[in-house]
Design a binder for this molecule. Structure first.
Ligand SMILES: [Zn+2]
Length: 229
């Protein structure tokens, strides 16, 4: 079976390129191998910017889908892949995707990869935040596969999903920013800005949505369902 991973990554001001959440597809009999154990939580360095925060402190999200052919698919989201090999490959791809952008046009998706670590379509995006260095935070969406041709054949649908996701997320963050700004407008704004310390911030806080990563999981399932047909 071809491997696919949908990933949301982030250039953390404290930890550098980090995986926030990745969604993988597997079969029922292999499901257990993809789930993180509760004691594995401490193996990665993370702050609220790059940590995966799920409701009720769970560390895995899984959804079972039955296909029209009556096959069972298991979609699993975790902060990082349990497989050492995939973890190493994904880390390399994340590092590359968040660091090679200097010459790139951010409005366009990007494609790179090799036979060892896999191939990847990614799109980098930035969001405005008063508590970040340079007033912006950098994220990336990635779809990774060891099947280069299949990935490129689905370029249009994958990038459509990415653009829509980024648009909706930025819209939500702008709304939250506006609400926060309105709240402080009556008080002295200059004082407010000075008080706005640089600090790590989760997408949960930025979007004011506790379900934001659960929603990512559900969205990633749709991406995978449409992109690997
Ligand atoms: Zn961090």
């Amino acid at each position: 079976m071809t491997n696919y991973i949908v990933c949301l990554c982030h250039f953390c001001e404290l930890h550098g390129p980090s995986i926030i959440i990745c969604t993988q597809l597997t079969t029922k009999d292999k499901k257990q191998d993809y789930l993180l154990q509760s004691n594995s939580k401490t193996t990665t360095n993370s702050c609220s910017s790059c940590q995966l925060i799920l409701p009720e402190n769970v560390i895995n999200l899984s959804t079972t889908v039955t296909t029209p052919k009556n096959e069972t698919q298991e979609f699993i989201s975790t902060q990082y892949p349990t497989s050492q090999k995939r973890y190493a490959a994904l880390t390399k791809l994340v590092m590359k995707s968040l660091s090679i952008e200097t010459n790139l046009d951010l409005t366009k998706p990007n494609f790179f990869g090799d036979n060892i670590n896999g191939f990847c379509i990614n799109k980098i995006f930035k969001i405005y935040d008063v508590n970040s260095r340079g007033l912006e935070r950098k994220y990336g969406l990635m779809l990774i596969s060891d099947n280069e041709i299949h990935l490129l054949q689905n370029w249009d649908i994958i990038t459509l999903y990415f653009n829509e996701y980024i648009y909706q997320l930025q819209l939500k963050i702008n709304e939250t920013n506006e609400k926060n700004y309105a709240k402080t407008e009556n008080s002295n704004n200059e004082k407010y800005l000075r008080r706005s310390m640089i600090r790590p911030k989760s997408l949960i806080e930025l979007t004011n949505d506790e379900q934001i990563f659960v929603k990512f999981h559900l969205w990633a399932i749709e991406v995978l369902k449409d992109a690997i047909r």
